[in-house]
Design a binder for this molecule. Structure first.
Ligand SMILES: Cc1ncc(COP(=O)(O)O)c(C=O)c1O
Length: 478
């Protein structure tokens, strides 16, 4: 045990060593291969019975694996929807680990009050009526979707005078979820919540877009069994084409048919921070529950998401677990453990608070604007460059495109998978797959504050190099 005490006595040196390691990682972010070339840990290692102390352990870790880390926090990681970390969010997250607060319960720390304040700032950022919504931080948008669907499920029981949290689903009402393009994580949480993914009723989309047709929703709800409890899951930004459902029309339909309206705005809700894009989210203020991610466009480190709902009481009823030993006096502050799956909770609000305090709403707006502009620039390049084509118009921060295979190629999707891997092998960029309109392709999602217009040169270079590699390999194989 003396090693722990020795380390603690030498905490300044240890923290300095971690600082140096972090600094060299960050300063090298733009130059390291975006996806690590090696990602394994090598041979299995025996658990040491005697440790080496923090300094040697850190040195060993960085020597072994430092170059096997992804540059996912860097400017050219355009896979999935991946935010980086602002400097203030980074120090906030460090501080959160240092001070090691459990913000799930009030009574001993300002952490709970800061959590309330950070959520309040987020409501202001997204221009949501503060008095109507309450919420909590989660580990991400999947967990936020989980909390929101939990609230919706409780509401469904309430409609039938039945307490699902108390009695379980078996004797409760039939619950159906109407959605046009739910995110995979929403489908996943239907399973966790015992509803099953077959509870999702697909609603027609508008033309060949990913957006829900509100008239089709209206017809589907009108035709549904009146005894069934209806939940609508709308999208504010789909991952492939960044489609936004018409939330004003959908809220009117939900009202007409007494349906719960959930909006998944994991990253798309950030459009609301920019006046010229805000209209796309109009109507979200009428939602019953809203999912948002922090570790995407807010650029706070993993893991962070949050949700808002008009019916926090339903979540507290369903998630509440207050044995005597946890029932501390909170001075009117929420017990956040009653608002999420997790009991103990990391001080997730701190990086959020710090980044919002450091850069304000303007800082967020600037990131969103830049990333959308950069996506537009890449989309324009794809459009004007032979050998590439857009699969969908780019209207926010995501470019969905593909390489055009040689004439008559038998497997264009397979060819694009090979192209994607060749592009990523350049180390200049990291892109991930996508599919739209029955065609497999590639997605580039811009959501990092650090990305600069110069980075686009490296990205387009990687696309050209990737294409040349695949064509050359094909010629050699022929
Ligand atoms: C619209 C949407 N919802 C939910 C999620 C799930 O987010 P997380 O990975 O933070 O759980 C994502 C992630 O890309 C998303 O884009």
């Amino acid at each position: 045990m003396s090693q722990i005490h020795d380390d603690y006595d030498d905490l300044a040196a240890l923290l300095q060593q971690a600082l140096n390691g972090s600094l060299s990682f960050h300063k090298g972010l733009a130059d390291r291969p975006v996806a690590a070339r090696k990602q394994d840990t090598g041979l299995p290692q025996e658990l040491p019975s005697t440790g080496v102390g923090g300094a040697d352990a850190l040195t060993d870790f960085l020597a072994r694996y430092g170059d096997r880390l992804s540059a996912s926090a860097g400017p050219r990681f355009l896979g999935f929807v991946t935010g980086g970390t602002t400097p203030a969010a980074l120090i906030g997250d460090w501080l959160a680990a240092s001070v090691d607060q459990n913000s799930a319960s009030p009574g001993d720390s300002v952490a709970t009050a800061v959590t309330v304040q950070a959520l309040d700032w987020l409501k202001q950022l997204f221009n949501l009526p503060a008095a109507d919504f309450d919420g909590a931080f989660t580990t991400g948008a999947t967990a936020a979707n989980f909390a929101c669907l939990l609230a919706a499920r409780e509401w469904a029981g309430e409609q039938a005078g039945y307490n699902i949290a108390q009695k379980g689903l078996a004797g409760g009402p039939t619950i159906r979820i109407y959605s046009a393009c739910p995110h995979a994580s929403f489908v996943k949480v239907t399973r966790f919540l015992g509803l099953g993914q077959d509870a999702i009723v697909p609603v027609d989309r508008i033309g060949d877009t990913e957006a829900m047709d509100p008239d089709a929703l209206d017809r589907a709800l009108a035709a549904a069994d009146p005894a069934e409890a209806k939940i609508v899951c709308a999208s504010a930004g789909t991952v492939t084409t960044t489609a936004f459902d018409d939330l004003i029309a959908i809220s009117a339909v939900c009202k007409r048919h007494n349906a719960w309206m959930h909006v998944d705005g994991a990253f798309g809700l950030f459009a609301r921070t920019v006046p010229e894009l805000a209209g796309r989210t109009a109507g979200v203020e009428f939602a019953d529950s809203i999912t948002v991610d922090g570790h995407k466009w807010l650029n706070v480190p993993y893991d962070c998401g949050f949700y808002f709902t008009r019916r926090i009481d339903l979540i507290e009823r369903a998630a509440g677990a207050m044995p005597a030993y946890l029932d501390v006096a909170g001075g009117g502050l929420p017990h956040y453990m009653n608002r999420a799956l997790e009991g103990s909770q990391r001080f997730r609000a701190l990086p959020v608070w710090l980044t919002l305090a450091a850069y304000g709403a303007d800082g967020v707006r600037q990131i969103v604007r830049n990333n959308c502009r950069q996506a537009g620039l890449l989309a324009a390049w794809v459009e004007r460059t032979d050998g590439f084509e857009l699969l969908a118009p780019t209207s926010l921060n995501i470019v969905c495109f593909r390489g055009v295979p040689p004439d008559g190629h038998s497997d264009p999707d397979g060819w694009n998978r090979a192209l994607l891997s060749a592009i990523n092998d350049t180390g200049l960029v990291y892109l991930t797959p996508g599919a739209y309109g029955g065609k497999g392709g590639i997605r580039a999602a811009f959501s990092n504050w650090m990305t600069r217009d110069d980075d686009l040169d490296a990205v387009t270079r990687a696309l050209i190099m990737g294409r040349e590699t695949v064509l050359t390999e094909e010629r050699e194989d022929a």
